[in-house]
Structures are given as structure tokens and as C-alpha cells.
Design a protein around this ligand. Structure first.
Ligand code: GLP
Length: 267
């Protein structure tokens, strides 16, 4: 019987490039991304066993617990699976890049091959609306920065986004942020803020006259209304966003999975 060969490339490479410990991106997330890259590039092929947790930990200079966190996250995404007593294997299920991942508009555009740009409609500090205050769990005297932008992909208006961020988490943002650049990239670079989890509610509506003009669509055209609350790794809400996207330029794709909790928790 042919023996299964444990992969020797990528993370198994004799000299994997070191993880970036200053980026603010959690180490398990960096390991997860590396494994994903290897799966996408075909270095790790469907059916192949994953290198062992201990082996990856040793190669990357992190604790087995950190690697286990990355492996568990990949299991939850369905790209790898574990079999009790046999190990963990590459599943062959393709990860839908745009979903189940917190992506910025800039990242999504680049992934689609479009050039992102923005027009700033307003950027100011203000008292939060009751909805923003509740979502961001703000104290009575807390203010938020509000950034309202039209987002373009290759000069086509793709949406209007209105982001509110607690001043407490990013003091001085009005002065330090270039509002036409990527908000997520600047939050990470300047404040070490990584938005790791988001809750999103999607509704449909009709564009009002102003929205239609900005989005270059007919008034009352169908639009998606997204409400996003993004959280830091420790569960603190850091961003509340209302977005409007033309129905004619977007589709919503979901992957739903039936979780095998027993297998995941056996990792
Ligand atoms: C996506 C999200 C928005 C978020 C934005 C940040 O479009 N739906 O909620 O505010 O990304 O994008 P960027 O970092 O490009 O400014």
C-alpha cells in the first residue's frame, strides 16, 4: 500500500520567512494565511495530510497552541478537515475569498482586479446616533469619527459607505487619516487596530435622489443596504458602517456549512 507523503514545502520549507511580530496581526492569523496560500497555490493538495501542529510550531517558532488556533480556523472554513486518530487533511473545498473573510473595500477591489478609489463626502467628529452608540457600546460622553465616502472600482461608483469609529480607539484620526486611502490599512498601521470579526445585516431598499446621483443610477433603483459592526479580536466593537450598494453591481453569495463540532473540538 502506498504511504501518504507528508508535504515538505512551504511551512515545511527549511527556511520559512519569519512571522511579523510587530504588524499587530495575530500570529495565528498569519499562519492561517500562509497555509491558505499554500492550499491555493496547490503546494498543499486536496487529500494531502497537513504537517503536524508540533512540526509547524517548531518551524515557525510559535507555540503549538497558536498553530492549533490557525488550524481550527481553517477547519471552520472547511478547507481542511480532521479525522480522529488519523490527522488533518486538505479538503479540496475552495474558499470563497470574498466571504467569511473580513475584507476591506480596497482588498475586495484588488482581488477583483479593479482599481479602488474614493470620494470623501464628509469626515468629522460627532456625537453618535442611538444606533451607533448601542452598537459600539459607547459611554454617555463618547464621540465617534464619521467618514462618509463614495467608493469606486475603476471609476465606477460601487457604493456609499458611512463608517463610525469610537474616538477612544483611534484618537487624532481626523488629523492622521488620509480619508481617500484604505481605512482598514491605516487603522492597522497607525493604531494597530485589526478588525477580525464582523456582523453584517443585509437588507434591500431603493436609492433616494442623492444616493442615485452619487451612484450614477436611476432614482428609486434597488440597492443593498449593509449594516456592519466590526470587532477587535478581544470582542470590542470598533466600527459601525452603513453602506449602500447598487443592486445591479453586486450579488451576495453565501456559503453555509453544517459544522461537525465533535471533529473540530478534537483538534
Ligand atoms: C468594506 C466594508 C466597509 C469598510 C470598508 C473599509 O467595504 N463593507 O464596512 O468600512 O471595507 O475599506 P477600506 O479599508 O478600503 O477603506
Amino acid at each position: 500500500m502506498a504511504k501518504t507523503k507528508v508535504p515538505t514545502q512551504g511551512i515545511e520549507n527549511p527556511r520559512p520567512s519569519p512571522l511579523n511580530r510587530k504588524s499587530g496581526i495575530p500570529l495565528y492569523h498569519q499562519i492561517q494565511q500562509r497555509l491558505l496560500d499554500q492550499i491555493e497555490s496547490g503546494e498543499l493538495k486536496p487529500g494531502m495530510p497537513m504537517p503536524s501542529i508540533e512540526r509547524i510550531a517548531q518551524r515557525m517558532g510559535v507555540s503549538p497552541m497558536t498553530v492549533r488556533q490557525a488550524v481550527r480556523a481553517l477547519c471552520e472554513l472547511g478547507v481542511i478537515y480532521s479525522r480522529q486518530g488519523k490527522g488533518t487533511f486538505i479538503s479540496g473545498i475552495k474558499l470563497e475569498r470574498d466571504f467569511r473573510q473580513v475584507l476591506s473595500f480596497t482588498e475586495e477591489s484588488v482581488a477583483r482586479g479593479a482599481r479602488p478609489s474614493s470620494k470623501v463626502l464628509s469626515f468629522e467628529m460627532q456625537a453618535p446616533s442611538p444606533a451607533v452608540k448601542a452598537a459600539l457600546r459607547l459611554g454617555n460622553r463618547e464621540s465617534v469619527y464619521c467618514l462618509r465616502r463614495v467608493r469606486y472600482g475603476d471609476s465606477v461608483p460601487m457604493g456609499i459607505e458611512c463608517s463610525s469609529l469610537p474616538v477612544r480607539l483611534c484618537p487624532g484620526l481626523l488629523e492622521s487619516l488620509n480619508p481617500t486611502s484604505s481605512l482598514y490599512a491605516e487603522l492597522a498601521e497607525q493604531y494597530g487596530i485589526q478588525l477580525m470579526v464582523t456582523d453584517e445585516v443585509i437588507e434591500v431598499g431603493k436609492a433616494n435622489a442623492e444616493e442615485a446621483r452619487l451612484l450614477e443610477i436611476a432614482p428609486r433603483s434597488p440597492v443593498f443596504l449593509f449594516t456592519r459592526i466590526s470587532y477587535l479580536e478581544n470582542g470590542v466593537p470598533a466600527e459601525y458602517v452603513n453602506s449602500i450598494y447598487p443592486g445591479s453591481r453586486y450579488k451576495v453569495v453565501n456559503r453555509l456549512m453544517r459544522m461537525n463540532r465533535k471533529l473540530v473540538s478534537s483538534l
